[in-house]
Ligand binder design. Sequence first.
Ligand code: KIV
Length: 269
Amino acid sequence: MPRVSTLSIRKMKGVAKVVCTTAYDAAFTQLADAAGVDLIIVGDSLGNTMLGFSSTIPVTVDMMAHHVAAVARARPNALVVADVPFGETARSFERLLDSCIRFVQQSGADAVKIEGGVELADTILRLTRSGIPVMGHIGLLPQRVNQIGGYRRFGKTPEEVAALIADAQAVEKAGAFAIVAEMIAHDAAREVSASVGVPVISIGSGPDCDGCVLVSTDILGLTPGAMPSFAKKYADLGTAAREAFAAYAAEVRSGAFPEKKKTQANESK
Ligand code: KIV
């Protein structure tokens, strides 16, 4: 199967749903890729899911680069997208460009993802003109959680719907190959998807977009604490892992493991 490209994702609009998840290491990348996921985002959800932070805000370019490289080294067929972390788009364009080049050139990402709409269209245009493929992200922007005052749904009023459509169209015009739409009212998300020619990928924005993304730890039952209401758990690996660790601990404490015979056999090798 040929590797997924930004062009092939673009061409899926109106033809097939784009299947997308997050990954942060080689092991889970290989599993998602083998399952046929089209697009893997190394999200700054890394902060909550892997690094023990309570939001995405403390995540830095260095942290992202480390995990993007692990995902890209797994050489997935899926397209690998690196999230641009908090604060980077507010600094100089040169610094942002350096970070994006680092993600693509050194870490091996195929593209970057940027949270923001109309206000970042010029920045996205400069990046795409510099050869950096960009995925947009509109609706709820978790990097602005302190400004918004919490996580909430967008697109509930006609003004918000108009603003979301303007965001999507500005980001598309700036050259984005796809757009993540987070926590947008379902009717509004349908309108947003219909208003642009690139795939709009829903996270908590209902079924009428061009694809879906869920955070991998939610899919796998590995999210510590409560999951977002829109997420769906397809396996309970958290329980399976806890039980495996407990069984291992019990056997070590009782002396049942390591087994004498096995150890001797290995030593003779
Ligand atoms: O950080 C993240 O996981 C995201 C998701 C919307 C993919 O941005």
